[in-house]
Each structure stands twice: as C-alpha cells, then as structure tokens.
Ligand binder design. Sequence first.
Ligand SMILES: [Zn+2]
Ligand SMILES: [Zn+2]
Length: 276
Amino acid sequence: MKIGCHISVAKGLEKAAMQAVHLGAESFQVFTKNPRGLKPKKIDHKDANKGVEIMTKHGITLVCHTPYITNLSTPKEDLQEVTIRSIAEDLHIAEAYGAVGAVVHCGKHVGEGEEYGTKRMVETLDLILEQYNGPVKLLLENTAGQGTELGLTIRALVAIREATKYPEKIGYCFDTCHAFAAGQWDEESFDKLLEDMEQTGYLDHLVCIHFNDSKVPYGSRKDRHEKIGKGEIGSDALAKFLRSEKLQHLPVVLETPVDDEQEYAEEMVYIRDLKG
Ligand SMILES: [Zn+2]
Ligand SMILES: [Zn+2]
C-alpha cells in the first residue's frame, strides 16, 4: 500500500510533490483546479514536468480529483455541457501531472429519479470519454448517498461502468467514509464487502482508496470525514481494511480534516502502526 494524503496544488505540482516527500507520503492527491469552480485552467507544463520528476524519483503515485460542482446526471443542458468540458479538461491536466486517475463524484438525480439519473450519467460519461484517449482513468467514487446522490453500492457503480461505451477508460475510487455512511460496510461486514468487490469485477478496476473515518454513524447517508480512529468507523475496522491482502497494491489517500497539512505526517505514521 502506498499511504498518502491530499495536498494543496495552489503553488504548483512541483511544490506539492516536494510537500509529499517532506510529509513522508508514498502517494498523494491534488485537485485538477479550484474544487468549487469550473474555470478553465492553463497547464503549466514546466511545473508539471518538475513535479513528475520528483514523483518518479521517489516512487510516489499521484491521483487527481475533479471539482465538486459538476453533476454527471444533471437534466440541464447548459450544466451538462459545462460538466463535459470541465471533466475532459481535468483528464488532460491529470495526464500532464502524471496521475493514474482523475476521481469524479457520481451524479445527483436532483429529483428526476434514480433511473433517469443513472441513464443521464452514462450519457454524460460517454460524451466526456469519447474526447479522451490517454492513459488516465476516470475514477468513479462511491457516494455517502446524501440528498439525491447516485452510486452508493458496488453493484450500482459496476452497472454504470458497464453501461458506458468506454468501460476500459473507467476505474473506481473507494471512499471508506462514504461507504460506511451509505451503510455499505463496517467491521463485521468488511469480508462481505470484499467478496462483493471480487464477484462483481469491481476489484479489478479499483485504482485508489480514499481513507477516512466518519463523523456520522453507519448508514446516516451524510458525508462528514473524520480523522482515522477518532470517528464512528473506528480503528479496529480501519485496521482490518488496511491489512486486507487484496488491497495492498493500491494508493491509500487521507482526506481527513486538518488545519495544516503537517498533521498528515503524524496521521500517516499512525496508519502504518495500525496496519502493523
Ligand atoms: Zn473521497
Ligand atoms: Zn467525502
């Protein structure tokens, strides 16, 4: 497992990669652009190349995250168009950054119903992926099921990937906090979750783990991250997750709340201890 954390890329990829080395991260995640906006971004290739050089030298794996405010299932034509343009651009940014994947949140059906939302999400994914033929995978992240969010279960995510025209361009990112809040796993049901991942073929396309504890209880369908061992999932369940033989090849990225990225250095030490 490559244990790492989310790092700010506000000062460029080179600085972010240096920070990853400084914190002792073996993997890290950055936003492709401002997470609350969709403003197009010019890629600074010189900076990107320097960042990639540092990552290569230290064997660090990078994952990118696309902005939150896109909606793959939106019924609105104009928002769909913006979503397509923005995520296609994110894939190119992620490629320049040398990332293995770009994480995207599943759509919200905003009252149109699950069936419509899923169909629309597949349609939007096709329109994005027909524009991109590079090595970066678009990673569907499971959701907590807040509001009208789609994509809570392993089976739903697999069905979406398989319904697109380009499944080979799609992978998965599994968020431990979202899955717990969506009632998909806890300490007792962890083996069942792994079994589901294997049987559905999900595990073959799993590219990244978001490793977070949850502030809110099992099945509460709210997305509230907590520091590892301080939340409702708890250190026993999270240790079990870390020790699973089937997940050892994956980057495991913390998105837990911190005031300062320096706190991640300690949290990563804690996780490595927990893993044993
Ligand atoms: Zn996440
Ligand atoms: Zn979250």
